[in-house]
Ligand binder design. Structure first.
Ligand SMILES: [Zn+2]
Length: 282
Protein backbone atom coordinates (compact mmCIF):
# COMPACT_ATOMS: atom_id res chain seq x y z
CA UNK A 1 0.00 0.00 0.00
CA UNK A 2 1.38 3.34 -1.04
CA UNK A 3 0.80 4.97 2.34
CA UNK A 4 3.00 2.35 4.02
CA UNK A 5 5.99 3.02 1.83
CA UNK A 6 8.62 5.67 2.14
CA UNK A 7 9.02 8.18 -0.71
CA UNK A 8 11.58 6.12 -2.61
CA UNK A 9 9.19 3.15 -2.74
CA UNK A 10 11.05 0.89 -0.31
CA UNK A 11 9.08 -0.88 2.40
CA UNK A 12 9.40 0.43 5.97
CA UNK A 13 11.72 -1.51 8.26
CA UNK A 14 10.68 -3.02 11.58
CA UNK A 15 12.51 -3.70 14.83
CA UNK A 16 12.23 -7.45 14.21
CA UNK A 17 13.67 -7.23 10.69
CA UNK A 18 16.55 -5.07 11.86
CA UNK A 19 17.36 -7.47 14.72
CA UNK A 20 17.29 -10.41 12.31
CA UNK A 21 19.64 -8.62 9.91
CA UNK A 22 22.03 -7.62 12.71
CA UNK A 23 22.25 -11.21 13.95
CA UNK A 24 22.84 -12.46 10.40
CA UNK A 25 25.70 -9.97 10.13
CA UNK A 26 27.33 -11.51 13.20
CA UNK A 27 26.32 -9.22 16.06
CA UNK A 28 25.88 -11.27 19.23
CA UNK A 29 24.43 -11.12 22.71
CA UNK A 30 26.88 -9.44 25.10
CA UNK A 31 28.83 -7.60 22.37
CA UNK A 32 30.21 -4.12 22.77
CA UNK A 33 29.44 -2.30 19.51
CA UNK A 34 30.23 1.21 18.30
CA UNK A 35 27.75 2.27 15.59
CA UNK A 36 28.21 4.72 12.70
CA UNK A 37 25.00 5.09 10.73
CA UNK A 38 22.95 6.78 8.04
CA UNK A 39 19.33 6.22 9.09
CA UNK A 40 18.10 7.41 5.72
CA UNK A 41 19.87 4.48 4.09
CA UNK A 42 18.67 1.97 6.69
CA UNK A 43 15.09 2.92 5.82
CA UNK A 44 11.95 4.48 7.18
CA UNK A 45 11.04 3.38 10.69
CA UNK A 46 7.37 4.16 11.39
CA UNK A 47 8.01 4.08 15.17
CA UNK A 48 10.93 6.52 14.89
CA UNK A 49 14.73 6.30 14.95
CA UNK A 50 14.95 4.55 18.32
CA UNK A 51 13.59 1.47 16.49
CA UNK A 52 17.18 0.81 15.45
CA UNK A 53 18.29 1.23 19.07
CA UNK A 54 15.64 -1.25 20.22
CA UNK A 55 16.74 -3.74 17.59
CA UNK A 56 20.37 -3.38 18.67
CA UNK A 57 19.38 -3.81 22.32
CA UNK A 58 17.30 -6.89 21.40
CA UNK A 59 20.41 -8.49 19.89
CA UNK A 60 22.96 -7.30 22.47
CA UNK A 61 20.79 -8.16 25.48
CA UNK A 62 21.16 -6.54 28.89
CA UNK A 63 24.81 -7.63 29.02
CA UNK A 64 25.74 -5.87 25.76
CA UNK A 65 26.76 -2.23 25.25
CA UNK A 66 25.77 0.17 22.46
CA UNK A 67 28.00 3.18 21.75
CA UNK A 68 27.91 5.99 19.19
CA UNK A 69 30.01 9.03 18.28
CA UNK A 70 28.42 12.29 19.44
CA UNK A 71 30.93 14.77 18.06
CA UNK A 72 30.23 18.49 18.34
CA UNK A 73 33.47 20.09 17.06
CA UNK A 74 33.13 22.82 19.69
CA UNK A 75 36.10 24.85 18.53
CA UNK A 76 35.47 28.57 19.24
CA UNK A 77 36.97 29.32 15.81
CA UNK A 78 33.95 27.62 14.22
CA UNK A 79 31.63 30.13 15.89
CA UNK A 80 29.75 27.48 17.88
CA UNK A 81 28.84 27.50 21.60
CA UNK A 82 30.95 25.64 24.17
CA UNK A 83 30.30 21.93 24.61
CA UNK A 84 27.77 21.06 27.28
CA UNK A 85 27.53 17.24 27.54
CA UNK A 86 23.92 17.32 28.69
CA UNK A 87 22.71 19.77 26.07
CA UNK A 88 24.85 20.09 22.96
CA UNK A 89 23.45 18.16 19.98
CA UNK A 90 25.82 16.05 17.94
CA UNK A 91 26.51 17.06 14.36
CA UNK A 92 26.53 13.41 13.29
CA UNK A 93 22.85 12.88 12.59
CA UNK A 94 19.64 11.44 13.94
CA UNK A 95 20.64 8.07 15.38
CA UNK A 96 23.53 9.21 17.61
CA UNK A 97 21.43 12.21 18.65
CA UNK A 98 18.61 9.83 19.62
CA UNK A 99 21.00 7.61 21.60
CA UNK A 100 22.61 10.48 23.50
CA UNK A 101 19.16 11.82 24.50
CA UNK A 102 18.11 8.50 26.05
CA UNK A 103 17.86 8.89 29.85
CA UNK A 104 20.07 5.82 30.37
CA UNK A 105 22.86 7.10 28.09
CA UNK A 106 26.24 8.32 29.37
CA UNK A 107 28.34 10.76 27.37
CA UNK A 108 32.05 11.56 27.49
CA UNK A 109 33.40 15.03 28.15
CA UNK A 110 35.58 15.87 25.16
CA UNK A 111 34.71 19.16 23.46
CA UNK A 112 35.10 17.99 19.87
CA UNK A 113 34.95 14.18 19.78
CA UNK A 114 32.64 12.89 22.53
CA UNK A 115 30.96 9.47 22.53
CA UNK A 116 27.76 8.25 24.18
CA UNK A 117 26.95 4.74 25.36
CA UNK A 118 24.20 2.60 26.88
CA UNK A 119 24.82 -0.65 28.74
CA UNK A 120 27.10 -2.19 31.35
CA UNK A 121 30.32 -0.86 29.77
CA UNK A 122 28.93 2.65 29.19
CA UNK A 123 30.69 4.14 32.23
CA UNK A 124 33.95 2.38 31.34
CA UNK A 125 33.79 3.83 27.81
CA UNK A 126 32.81 7.40 28.61
CA UNK A 127 34.44 8.26 31.97
CA UNK A 128 37.67 10.23 32.18
CA UNK A 129 37.93 11.30 28.53
CA UNK A 130 41.02 13.54 28.45
CA UNK A 131 39.74 17.03 27.48
CA UNK A 132 42.98 17.71 25.58
CA UNK A 133 43.04 14.49 23.61
CA UNK A 134 40.18 13.36 21.38
CA UNK A 135 41.48 9.88 20.67
CA UNK A 136 44.37 9.26 23.00
CA UNK A 137 45.00 6.75 25.77
CA UNK A 138 41.77 6.07 27.68
CA UNK A 139 39.54 7.82 25.13
CA UNK A 140 36.28 5.95 24.43
CA UNK A 141 37.65 4.60 21.14
CA UNK A 142 40.83 3.42 22.86
CA UNK A 143 38.73 1.67 25.49
CA UNK A 144 36.62 0.10 22.72
CA UNK A 145 39.86 -1.30 21.32
CA UNK A 146 41.09 -2.57 24.68
CA UNK A 147 37.75 -4.19 25.50
CA UNK A 148 37.64 -6.10 22.21
CA UNK A 149 34.60 -4.29 20.82
CA UNK A 150 33.16 -4.22 17.33
CA UNK A 151 32.51 -1.37 14.89
CA UNK A 152 29.25 -1.41 12.94
CA UNK A 153 28.91 0.68 9.77
CA UNK A 154 25.29 1.06 8.61
CA UNK A 155 24.83 2.76 5.26
CA UNK A 156 28.20 4.48 5.60
CA UNK A 157 31.72 3.54 4.55
CA UNK A 158 35.08 3.55 6.31
CA UNK A 159 35.17 7.33 5.83
CA UNK A 160 32.79 7.46 8.84
CA UNK A 161 34.91 5.09 10.91
CA UNK A 162 36.57 7.35 13.49
CA UNK A 163 38.44 4.39 14.99
CA UNK A 164 40.89 4.83 12.13
CA UNK A 165 41.86 8.17 13.68
CA UNK A 166 42.80 6.19 16.80
CA UNK A 167 45.04 4.06 14.57
CA UNK A 168 46.71 7.26 13.34
CA UNK A 169 47.34 8.26 16.95
CA UNK A 170 48.69 4.83 18.01
CA UNK A 171 50.91 4.57 14.94
CA UNK A 172 52.68 7.81 15.88
CA UNK A 173 52.36 9.47 12.46
CA UNK A 174 53.68 12.98 12.97
CA UNK A 175 50.85 14.83 11.23
CA UNK A 176 48.21 14.39 13.98
CA UNK A 177 49.62 17.47 15.74
CA UNK A 178 48.25 19.59 12.87
CA UNK A 179 44.62 20.81 13.17
CA UNK A 180 41.96 19.55 10.78
CA UNK A 181 41.34 23.17 9.82
CA UNK A 182 43.81 25.80 11.04
CA UNK A 183 41.07 28.47 11.05
CA UNK A 184 39.29 26.65 13.89
CA UNK A 185 42.20 27.24 16.28
CA UNK A 186 43.89 24.69 18.56
CA UNK A 187 41.43 24.82 21.46
CA UNK A 188 38.02 23.35 22.20
CA UNK A 189 35.61 25.05 24.62
CA UNK A 190 33.59 23.23 27.26
CA UNK A 191 30.94 24.46 29.70
CA UNK A 192 31.81 23.22 33.18
CA UNK A 193 29.82 24.24 36.27
CA UNK A 194 28.50 27.24 34.39
CA UNK A 195 31.93 28.44 33.26
CA UNK A 196 33.62 28.17 29.88
CA UNK A 197 36.96 26.35 29.89
CA UNK A 198 39.23 26.03 26.89
CA UNK A 199 41.49 23.04 26.28
CA UNK A 200 44.39 23.12 23.87
CA UNK A 201 44.48 19.88 21.89
CA UNK A 202 47.48 17.54 21.78
CA UNK A 203 46.37 15.79 18.58
CA UNK A 204 43.67 16.43 15.99
CA UNK A 205 41.57 13.83 14.17
CA UNK A 206 41.92 14.87 10.54
CA UNK A 207 40.57 14.07 7.10
CA UNK A 208 38.96 10.66 6.63
CA UNK A 209 38.75 10.92 2.83
CA UNK A 210 41.29 8.12 2.37
CA UNK A 211 39.92 5.65 4.91
CA UNK A 212 38.22 3.36 2.37
CA UNK A 213 41.69 2.23 1.37
CA UNK A 214 41.72 -0.13 4.37
CA UNK A 215 38.79 -2.24 3.07
CA UNK A 216 40.71 -4.80 0.98
CA UNK A 217 43.10 -5.36 3.89
CA UNK A 218 40.21 -6.00 6.31
CA UNK A 219 38.60 -8.45 3.88
CA UNK A 220 41.87 -10.24 3.25
CA UNK A 221 42.57 -10.64 6.96
CA UNK A 222 39.01 -11.69 7.81
CA UNK A 223 38.21 -8.85 10.22
CA UNK A 224 35.05 -7.62 8.49
CA UNK A 225 31.66 -9.19 7.76
CA UNK A 226 29.45 -7.58 5.13
CA UNK A 227 25.71 -7.72 4.59
CA UNK A 228 22.53 -5.68 4.64
CA UNK A 229 20.63 -4.19 7.58
CA UNK A 230 17.23 -2.85 6.57
CA UNK A 231 17.97 -1.33 3.16
CA UNK A 232 21.53 -0.31 4.02
CA UNK A 233 24.85 -1.91 3.24
CA UNK A 234 26.38 -3.01 6.53
CA UNK A 235 29.85 -3.88 7.80
CA UNK A 236 30.69 -5.43 11.17
CA UNK A 237 34.37 -5.15 12.04
CA UNK A 238 36.47 -6.58 14.87
CA UNK A 239 38.01 -3.45 16.37
CA UNK A 240 41.31 -5.05 17.45
CA UNK A 241 41.84 -6.41 13.95
CA UNK A 242 40.83 -3.06 12.45
CA UNK A 243 43.22 -1.00 14.56
CA UNK A 244 46.15 -3.41 14.35
CA UNK A 245 45.77 -3.65 10.57
CA UNK A 246 45.57 0.12 10.15
CA UNK A 247 48.54 0.75 12.45
CA UNK A 248 50.62 -1.73 10.42
CA UNK A 249 49.64 0.03 7.17
CA UNK A 250 50.50 3.46 8.62
CA UNK A 251 53.87 2.31 9.94
CA UNK A 252 54.70 1.06 6.45
CA UNK A 253 53.34 4.19 4.76
CA UNK A 254 52.62 7.28 6.91
CA UNK A 255 50.70 8.84 4.01
CA UNK A 256 48.39 5.82 3.75
CA UNK A 257 45.20 7.61 4.83
CA UNK A 258 45.80 11.14 3.51
CA UNK A 259 43.74 12.29 0.52
CA UNK A 260 44.95 14.07 -2.61
CA UNK A 261 42.25 16.75 -2.88
CA UNK A 262 43.85 20.14 -3.33
CA UNK A 263 40.86 21.82 -1.64
CA UNK A 264 41.01 19.56 1.42
CA UNK A 265 41.31 21.79 4.52
CA UNK A 266 43.52 19.22 6.20
CA UNK A 267 45.67 16.98 4.00
CA UNK A 268 47.85 19.48 2.07
CA UNK A 269 49.48 20.69 5.32
CA UNK A 270 49.88 17.10 6.48
CA UNK A 271 51.54 16.02 3.21
CA UNK A 272 53.87 19.01 3.57
CA UNK A 273 54.81 17.97 7.11
CA UNK A 274 55.53 14.42 5.93
CA UNK A 275 57.66 15.63 3.04
CA UNK A 276 59.64 17.96 5.31
CA UNK A 277 60.36 14.93 7.51
CA UNK A 278 61.70 13.00 4.51
CA UNK A 279 58.60 11.22 3.16
CA UNK A 280 58.42 8.86 1.30
CA UNK A 281 61.78 7.57 2.53
CA UNK A 282 60.75 7.53 6.19
ZN1 LIG B 1 41.99 15.20 2.96
Amino acid sequence: MADKREPNGLAPVTREELARDLRALGLQRGDLVYVHSSLRRVGWMPQGPWTLGEALRDVLGAEGTLAVPTHTLSFPGRGVPPYDPGQTSTILGLFPETVRQRPEALRSGHGSHSSAAIGPLAAYLTAGHDPCHALGYDSPLHRLYRAGGKVLLLGVTQTANTSLHLAESISGVLYTRLPYDASWGPEVACLEDGRVRRYRQVEFPGCSGGFDRIEPELRRRGWMREGTVGHASARLIEDRGLIDTAVACLRQDPGYFLCHREDCPCCPARWKALREAGYPAL
